[in-house]
Write a new protein. Structure first.
Length: 127
Protein backbone atom coordinates (compact mmCIF):
# COMPACT_ATOMS: atom_id res chain seq x y z
CA UNK A 1 0.00 0.00 0.00
CA UNK A 2 1.30 3.44 -0.84
CA UNK A 3 1.45 6.21 1.72
CA UNK A 4 -1.64 8.33 2.36
CA UNK A 5 -1.61 12.12 2.34
CA UNK A 6 -3.01 13.28 5.68
CA UNK A 7 -4.64 16.66 6.14
CA UNK A 8 -6.63 18.42 8.84
CA UNK A 9 -9.71 17.19 6.98
CA UNK A 10 -8.97 13.45 6.97
CA UNK A 11 -6.49 12.93 9.84
CA UNK A 12 -8.97 11.96 12.57
CA UNK A 13 -10.98 9.77 10.20
CA UNK A 14 -7.87 7.82 9.16
CA UNK A 15 -6.63 7.33 12.74
CA UNK A 16 -10.07 6.36 14.03
CA UNK A 17 -10.83 4.05 11.10
CA UNK A 18 -7.67 1.92 11.20
CA UNK A 19 -6.01 -0.31 13.78
CA UNK A 20 -2.42 0.89 13.28
CA UNK A 21 -1.43 4.20 11.70
CA UNK A 22 2.12 5.50 11.34
CA UNK A 23 2.42 9.21 10.58
CA UNK A 24 5.45 10.96 9.11
CA UNK A 25 5.47 14.74 9.62
CA UNK A 26 7.80 16.13 6.94
CA UNK A 27 8.61 19.04 4.61
CA UNK A 28 10.08 19.10 1.11
CA UNK A 29 13.02 21.33 2.13
CA UNK A 30 14.09 18.96 4.95
CA UNK A 31 17.12 16.80 4.09
CA UNK A 32 16.51 14.15 6.79
CA UNK A 33 12.85 14.00 5.67
CA UNK A 34 13.95 13.23 2.11
CA UNK A 35 16.32 10.54 3.44
CA UNK A 36 13.54 8.93 5.52
CA UNK A 37 10.87 9.06 2.79
CA UNK A 38 12.02 5.96 0.85
CA UNK A 39 12.37 3.96 4.09
CA UNK A 40 8.82 4.92 5.08
CA UNK A 41 7.50 4.21 1.56
CA UNK A 42 9.17 0.79 1.42
CA UNK A 43 7.73 -0.16 4.82
CA UNK A 44 4.27 0.86 3.58
CA UNK A 45 4.61 -1.70 0.77
CA UNK A 46 5.57 -4.55 3.10
CA UNK A 47 2.95 -3.88 5.80
CA UNK A 48 -0.38 -3.73 3.97
CA UNK A 49 -2.37 -3.92 7.21
CA UNK A 50 -0.90 -0.63 8.49
CA UNK A 51 -1.77 2.83 7.21
CA UNK A 52 1.33 4.92 6.52
CA UNK A 53 0.31 8.57 6.45
CA UNK A 54 2.35 11.64 5.57
CA UNK A 55 1.70 15.17 6.80
CA UNK A 56 3.37 17.96 4.82
CA UNK A 57 4.04 20.43 7.64
CA UNK A 58 4.29 23.35 5.19
CA UNK A 59 0.85 22.65 3.76
CA UNK A 60 -0.73 21.45 7.02
CA UNK A 61 0.60 23.95 9.57
CA UNK A 62 -2.55 23.71 11.70
CA UNK A 63 -2.15 19.93 11.99
CA UNK A 64 1.55 20.25 12.81
CA UNK A 65 0.70 22.81 15.50
CA UNK A 66 -2.04 20.55 16.92
CA UNK A 67 0.60 17.88 17.59
CA UNK A 68 3.29 20.31 18.71
CA UNK A 69 5.69 19.38 15.92
CA UNK A 70 8.91 21.28 16.61
CA UNK A 71 11.36 19.18 14.60
CA UNK A 72 11.03 17.16 11.42
CA UNK A 73 10.85 14.47 10.44
CA UNK A 74 8.70 13.40 13.36
CA UNK A 75 7.22 9.92 13.38
CA UNK A 76 4.07 9.04 15.31
CA UNK A 77 2.53 5.61 15.84
CA UNK A 78 -1.13 5.15 16.72
CA UNK A 79 -2.82 1.87 17.58
CA UNK A 80 -6.53 1.69 18.29
CA UNK A 81 -6.63 5.52 18.31
CA UNK A 82 -3.98 5.68 21.05
CA UNK A 83 -0.76 7.60 20.42
CA UNK A 84 2.02 5.20 21.40
CA UNK A 85 5.12 6.83 19.92
CA UNK A 86 6.09 10.34 18.88
CA UNK A 87 9.74 11.14 18.25
CA UNK A 88 11.64 13.38 15.85
CA UNK A 89 14.37 11.94 13.67
CA UNK A 90 14.77 9.79 10.58
CA UNK A 91 14.82 6.08 11.42
CA UNK A 92 16.84 3.52 9.50
CA UNK A 93 14.77 0.64 8.07
CA UNK A 94 15.70 -1.91 10.78
CA UNK A 95 14.70 0.52 13.54
CA UNK A 96 11.40 1.32 11.83
CA UNK A 97 10.74 -2.43 11.56
CA UNK A 98 11.50 -2.84 15.27
CA UNK A 99 9.04 -0.04 16.09
CA UNK A 100 6.36 -1.70 13.93
CA UNK A 101 6.96 -5.03 15.67
CA UNK A 102 6.67 -3.43 19.12
CA UNK A 103 3.46 -1.59 18.20
CA UNK A 104 1.94 -4.87 16.96
CA UNK A 105 3.00 -6.80 20.10
CA UNK A 106 1.54 -4.38 22.64
CA UNK A 107 -1.30 -5.57 24.85
CA UNK A 108 -3.67 -2.67 24.27
CA UNK A 109 -5.86 -3.60 27.25
CA UNK A 110 -2.78 -3.17 29.45
CA UNK A 111 -1.91 0.12 27.71
CA UNK A 112 -5.42 1.49 28.30
CA UNK A 113 -5.31 0.35 31.94
CA UNK A 114 -2.01 2.18 32.50
CA UNK A 115 -3.29 5.32 30.80
CA UNK A 116 -6.40 5.27 32.99
CA UNK A 117 -4.26 4.83 36.12
CA UNK A 118 -2.00 7.72 35.12
CA UNK A 119 -4.97 9.98 34.39
CA UNK A 120 -6.57 9.06 37.72
CA UNK A 121 -3.33 9.76 39.58
CA UNK A 122 -2.98 13.13 37.86
CA UNK A 123 -6.57 14.18 38.59
CA UNK A 124 -7.04 16.50 41.58
CA UNK A 125 -8.50 14.78 44.61
CA UNK A 126 -12.23 15.33 44.97
CA UNK A 127 -13.47 16.60 48.21
Amino acid sequence: MATVKLTATNFDEVVEGNDIVLVDFWASWCGPCRMFAPVFEEASKTHGDIVFGKVDTEDQQELAARFGIMSIPTLMAFREQTLLYAQPGALPAPTLQLLIDKVRELDMDEVRRRIAEAEQAAAPAAG
